[in-house]
Design a protein around this ligand. Structure first.
Ligand SMILES: Cc1cc2nc3c(=O)[nH]c(=O)nc-3n(C[C@H](O)[C@H](O)[C@H](O)COP(=O)(O)O)c2cc1C
Length: 370
């Protein structure tokens, strides 16, 4: 069921990590450097994108040999744009909430409120070990993330903030200046039961891996049901890897080439890490529980959302995801600058047309029912 009449929002993955968004040796005209990314952010803003999402990684692996830090990189993109919101990933552990709250509040002032955060809980044990961070069990990571989010909100809204958690403690802490209204939005990533439960209690947004509308709807129903019981509202963002071409055959050929040129060793290595990370949850599941080799060529199961085809097909499938409960579509591309522009020119206007048609149909039904 559509949960809102608002236009669906669009975000793109900031390529602040090398290797793009697919673990494949296919040619990718995407760069992780700042000049490329500044221009990309400007193109995205002019093309109708609402948000950009930066990634945090501390170590190499699976093609991501170079990684720029997410918060400072996000700030550089905000400084190069005027309306785009940039969501900076932060990982509890390396970040503590006092620093994150202060950093994000300052960027919020510097950019007229355009910064948001994505609190991620971690999947890569080798990364934690490399930087001397304790690797907590799956659900413990989420317990820590929840305290982290509660602390951010407390610091941003209260004077004399006092908090007694298992991971974080604050005593009569007053941070000034507080962020300007509205508060920075808090996103989170992950699809396990612990992730959904956390979303239903504290996050403003829940990001999930790519999937079919039917599977997304199951997650949405679960989260929204629990959120309602907690008197909390949470919006949903769904990942997708878009391949929009003039014909469906062309788009499918690109997908086939990405998979044919996948780096099997790197994909298996990534699969090993993420499946182990999910298996450590009590249900033995997580974001990637059902992912095949082909799915894992894209880090967050983006092919599963099936935004691969002509602009018309993609626009209809976006409406399908929206009707399953998605408020935002998070997009990865092969050649970011060209494809973000193409998407903005050829797909987003069709989505807006379909949304307008659905609104008119909805209004007619409402009138007939009166
Ligand atoms: C949209 C999205 C963005 C993410 N970004 C990052 C990131 O930048 N750095 C990171 O270490 N993990 C990132 N993750 C991974 C999550 O932190 C989490 O470990 C993973 O989704 C597994 O969660 P689960 O076991 O609850 O399914 C991201 C996940 C999603 C869905």
């Amino acid at each position: 069921m559509t949960t809102q009449n608002e236009p669906v929002k669009f975000a793109y993955w900031v390529p602040n990590v090398s290797g793009g968004l697919v673990i494949s040796n296919i040619e990718q005209r995407t760069s992780w450097d700042i000049d490329y990314n500044r221009k990309l952010a400007q193109i995205a803003e002019a093309s109708g994108f609402d948000y950009a999402l930066s990634q945090i990684r501390f170590t190499a692996g699976y093609g991501a040999d170079n990684q720029h830090e997410s918060v400072s990189f996000s700030h550089a993109l905000l400084a190069a744009t005027e309306t785009l919101k940039v969501i900076a990933a932060v990982l509890p552990g390396p970040w503590n909430p006092a620093l994150a709250a202060k950093q994000i509040a300052t960027i919020n002032h510097l950019t007229n409120g355009r910064v948001a955060v994505n609190v991620v809980s971690g999947w890569f044990r080798g990364e934690f070990t490399a930087i001397g961070e304790h690797w907590l069990d799956h659900d413990e990571r989420y317990r820590r993330s929840e305290e982290f989010i509660r602390a951010l909100k407390g610091i941003w809204t209260q004077d004399d903030f006092t908090f007694r958690g298992d991971f974080y403690r604050f005593s009569n802490y007053t941070m000034k200046p507080k962020p300007i209204d509205p508060l920075p939005e808090i996103f989170q990533g992950g699809s396990s039961r612990a992730a959904r439960d956390m979303a239903s209690r504290v996050s403003d947004w829940y990001f999930t891996n790519g999937n079919t509308p039917e599977e997304i709807k199951k997650q949405v129903d679960d989260i929204r049901g629990k959120a309602a019981a907690n008197n909390h509202k949470v919006k949903i963002g769904v990942n997708a890897f878009a391949i929009a071409r003039d014909t469906e055959a062309e788009a499918r050929e690109v997908l086939a080439e990405i998979i044919a040129k996948a780096n099997p060793e790197a994909v298996h290595g990534f699969a090993h890490e993420v499946k182990n990370a999910g298996k450590a949850s009590p249900e033995g599941q997580g974001n990637w529980a059902k992912s095949s080799f082909e799915d894992l060529v894209q880090y967050n199961d983006g092919f599963r959302s099936n935004l691969i085809g002509t602009p018309e097909q993609i626009a209809e499938r976006i409406i399908g995801l929206k009707n399953a409960g998605a408020d935002l579509i998070l997009l990865g591309f092969l050649h970011f600058q060209e494809e973000v522009e193409f998407f903005g020119k050829h797909v987003i206007p069709l989505v807006r047309e379909l949304e307008a048609r659905e609104r008119v149909a909805g209004d007619k039904l409402a009138v007939a029912a009166e």
